[in-house]
Ligand binder design. Structure first.
Ligand SMILES: [Zn+2]
Length: 159
């Protein structure tokens, strides 16, 4: 038969067990809270990385566009300079032929230059992944099929 002391002891042990169980539940929910906090932080870090990556891609694309516009502007300036050298309207067939030959040489030089630049870009795309992503978007079909001036020049197609 249980004495008063025994039943008090049993109550105390049960109470302590309940307290331990509550402490365990607390620890468990604290652990879960920390886990979800960590997941949110990881997610935020991933978003930051993605934002940085997209920003880099946009800047690369913008730089490529600027370079393209500058290249075209330089070609146009060359052609304007050439036109300025021929101050008189060609009057004879010979004048006209000389002008056309001059213009042809200027355009050939520009054509070869575009081909050389694309050649360098084709090499760079082999080792620069960020460059390759932007470059491949701007040159659909790549080396064999892209129809830009640089690739056509590189394939030795007529200007
Ligand atoms: Zn191209």
């Amino acid at each position: 038969m249980a004495t008063n002391t025994d039943s008090t002891l049993i109550k105390r042990v049960r109470l302590e067990a309940q307290l331990a169980e509550l402490a365990l539940e607390d620890a468990q929910s604290e652990l879960n809270r920390k886990k979800s906090q960590l997941t949110v932080q990881q997610f935020e870090r991933s978003l930051d990385e993605l934002a940085t990556y997209l920003q880099h891609e946009r800047e690369q694309e913008l730089q490529d566009r600027i370079a393209e516009v500058n290249r075209k502007a330089a070609q146009l300036a060359q052609i304007k300079a050439l036109a300025a050298q021929h101050t008189t309207v060609p009057v004879s067939g010979a004048d006209m032929a000389a002008f056309v030959a001059d213009l042809g040489r200027t355009l050939d030089v520009a054509w070869d230059k575009e081909g050389r630049e694309i050649d360098q870009a084709e090499s760079r795309r082999l080792y620069d992944a960020a460059f390759r992503r932007a470059y491949d978007r701007q040159h659909p079909g790549g080396y064999d099929h892209c129809q830009c001036d640089g690739h056509r020049s590189l394939r030795r197609e007529p200007r």
